[in-house]
Ligand binder design. Structure first.
Ligand SMILES: [Zn+2]
Length: 400
């Protein structure tokens, strides 16, 4: 820990910041602004990733922009497209995601039309290097859980489990905290239906489909001579502002479960952390990660988030998500190769007697090298530091 503080101090001095900011996050720039100092600190992040066995990830709209889904809350987002279609309806972007949207026929029209446009974009969207990075964390058995604010379900295209029920805590890797666009549900009976083309077509016209389940129940009652029931309409399975979060308790259970698992790394990607729920979640989880001796909390975002976050994060990578995630993944692979080589060299230096004794170990070693999964084997459980030397920064500067 002490070393990190010294690094931070020297880093901040170099950046011209005052000394009392020494506990603040380290900023790392990538791309055109990238310097030798940035590369050194990026290597620290790579080592933290290498050490991690229980990584938490939190993501936001920023990771899906390159997939073809605009950050619809932003000024130039999808909302403006719908506004062009309904110029007379005066609404703020935020009002479109408020539960009160259904109180008024005009705002309902805009909402349904907007959801149709969004769903079409989601269906066409392609997965990004950032989504692939999260999947890779799962494959490397590092991913404890990814909490996403996104409703686009792109992780499903990578066969990642996003099932949200009590039994799935150990298999589910994705928690969609704001719901998803895979389903629509009835506002009265809560029956679920696929968000298919038929639903899209009705939404496009600014209307909502009626619920066939309610309709059926109502008809049955009428047949038996009773009064028919009120029938509900269908809306996307997303969470709006000022409404009860039906899965809120279940998500809290997932969070408590993950906290007990003692996460050792957290990576927050592509979010401005303005929504209160996510803001609190990240702060709580960051505290938990920092209880771990070498626990690190990392932000990858295009823009800075403000002073309140500088004590929450250890490293803030100011860059495009896809670029940063690709660099981390490639850097990890190079570093892992380096660790393997160093262990191999050490093994070869041992007296021949020991070598013969460990011939099986050498065989295992070759197998491990081919899959670049050094941490998965019993043979290389050694923590970073101690016997394993840190790789020179120059090594990681090439090809990342
Ligand atoms: Zn219904």
């Amino acid at each position: 820990m002490e070393t990190t503080i010294i690094n931070k101090t020297s880093f901040n001095e170099e950046r011209g910041n005052c000394l009392e900011k020494q506990n603040a996050a380290i900023f790392i720039s990538l791309g055109k602004k990238e310097t030798e100092v940035d590369r050194t600190f990026l290597n620290e992040v790579i080592k933290a990733l290498w050490r991690s066995k229980k990584t938490l990830v939190a993501t936001g709209a920023g990771i899906s922009v390159s997939a073809g889904i605009p950050d619809f809350r932003s000024e130039n987002g999808l909302y403006n497209l719908v506004k062009e279609r309904y110029p007379k309806v005066i609404m703020k972007g935020k009002d479109l995601f408020d539960a009160n949207v259904f109180r008024d026929i005009n705002s309902s029209q805009v909402f349904f039309s907007f959801m149709a446009e969004l769903k079409l974009l989601i269906d066409k969207a392609t997965i990004t290097p950032t989504h692939t990075f999260i999947k890779w964390l799962e494959e490397e058995k590092k991913l404890l859980r990814c909490y996403t604010q996104n409703i686009d379900c792109l992780e499903k295209k990578l066969n990642m489990n996003s099932q949200l029920d009590k039994k799935s805590k150990n298999v589910n890797k994705i928690v969609q905290v704001h719901g998803d666009m895979d389903y629509v549900f009835c506002v009265i009976c809560r029956a679920n239906f696929d968000f298919n083309q038929e639903v899209i077509d009705i939404f496009k016209g600014g209307k909502a489909p009626s619920c066939s389940s309610c309709e059926l129940k109502s008809e049955e009652r009428e047949r038996s001579g009773r009064r028919g029931l009120k029938e509900g309409f269908l809306r996307p399975n997303i969470v709006l502002y000022n409404e009860h979060h039906t899965n809120g308790e279940l998500i809290s259970e997932f969070i408590s479960h993950d906290m007990r698992r003692k996460p050792d790394l957290m990576i927050v990607i592509g979010t401005s952390l303005k929504i209160v729920g996510m803001k609190n979640l990240v702060k709580e989880m960051a505290k938990k990660v920092h209880e771990f001796k070498n626990g690190k909390v990392i932000l990858i975002n295009k823009i800075e988030l403000g002073k309140e976050w500088e004590e929450v994060f250890d490293y803030i990578i100011l860059a495009d998500c896809d670029q940063a995630c690709t660099k981390l993944k490639n850097g990890y692979k190079i570093y892992n190769e380096q660790v393997i080589k160093e262990l191999q060299a050490k093994e070869n230096k041992k007296p021949s007697k020991t070598k013969n004794k460990n011939s099986n170990a050498n065989l295992k070693f070759k197998m491990v090298k081919s899959t670049i999964t050094v941490q998965k084997t019993k043979l290389f459980q050694t923590p970073l530091g101690g016997n394993i030397k840190e790789s020179p920064a120059a090594l990681l500067n090439n090809g990342i």
